[in-house]
Design a protein around this ligand. Structure first.
Ligand code: AKG
Ligand code: FE2
Length: 282
């Protein structure tokens, strides 16, 4: 099984989209600049000192606990961590990829979740899954003709190797007519340098890899978007009271829920109605 394609951040968008379409995931090298990544890692490392591994903030029930891992540190609300997070949301190439993948099925999209994911020493591999399983009532009823409603990125905050637990992806599985992962389908690791990102379809089977070390953490984060007519995983709107984002770009404000949603075809009314200057003017 050959690995995922690796393309530079400034490679033609069409090439990146073609690789994403063929394999269900593509590694975009240098998608995020080093200064931003270094600041996010600094702030994430400081916060991680105060977050217990395991299902402290995520993962309800036994299945949920197993999913997030007993020795993995996860936390969200990254807009409260450092303003560098807003720069990530404004990343133009990730925006272009997300627009191309998601806008055919929505008028706009918002942040699904942004999570630091530090996989600890000895953590076994995560169950392979599709991120679009979050909206199972939709996926299960429409599969395999489901439009793409979510796009994700796993972003290296440090060097991420297979040994440390690089995300594993089953290339081509975004088109697998089977709804559940079939054991035996080979996965490949998405190794990353700091600022590189695995950008992947909500339909591709993937999961965190096993951390085979005894003393090192896999330092990465997740950043995903979802169609504006679906409920995001993270209640991020509660982190940012109205008015608190006025200095941010229209894109950031919309991603964080400060703007109304209108279907692309303008059939039917709007959703999440909150007219915001600079965003919802007609
Ligand atoms: O940690 C990883 O590499 C992937 C995590 C993941 O896919 C998830 O939690 O949905
Ligand atoms: Fe996932």
């Amino acid at each position: 099984m050959t690995g995922l394609r690796r393309l530079a951040a400034d490679a033609p968008l069409e090439e990146q989209l073609a690789a994403l379409d063929t394999d269900g995931g593509v590694i975009i090298e240098g998608l995020f600049d080093r200064a931003t990544i270094d600041e996010i890692r600094r702030a994430a490392d400081a916060r991680a000192e105060h977050v217990a591994p395991g299902a402290a903030t995520q993962g309800m029930g036994e299945a949920g606990k197993a999913f997030v891992g007993a020795n993995t540190i996860r936390f969200s609300s990254l807009g409260q961590l450092t303003p560098a997070f807003f720069d990530m949301l404004d990343n133009e190439r990730y925006a272009a990829l997300a627009d191309a993948v998601l806008l055919p099925a929505c008028g706009n999209y918002w942040l699904n979740t942004a999570q630091v994911m530090y996989i600890g020493p000895g953590e076994p591999a995560q169950e392979l899954h599709r991120d679009a399983d979050n909206w199972w009532e939709f996926l299960g009823r429409t599969w395999p003709d489901t439009p793409e409603v979510t796009i994700s990125a796993m972003i290296g905050l440090d060097t991420v190797t297979e040994e440390l637990g690089a995300t594993r992806v089953v290339p081509g599985s975004h088109r697998d007519p089977a709804l559940s992962y079939r054991s035996g389908d080979a996965s490949v690791p998405a190794e990353l340098g700091p600022g590189d990102a695995l950008v992947y379809s909500g339909h591709v089977f993937h999961g965190g890899g096993a951390n085979q070390t005894t003393d090192r953490w896999r330092r990465a984060m997740h950043l995903s978007f979802v169609a504006g007519w679906l409920t995001p995983e993270e209640a991020i709107v509660l982190d940012h009271p109205l008015g608190s984002l006025d200095d941010r770009s229209p894109r950031v404000r919309r991603l964080l829920g400060h703007g109304s949603y209108y279907p692309g075809e303008r059939r039917g009314g709007g959703l999440w109605l909150r007219h915001v200057k600079g965003i919802d003017e007609d």
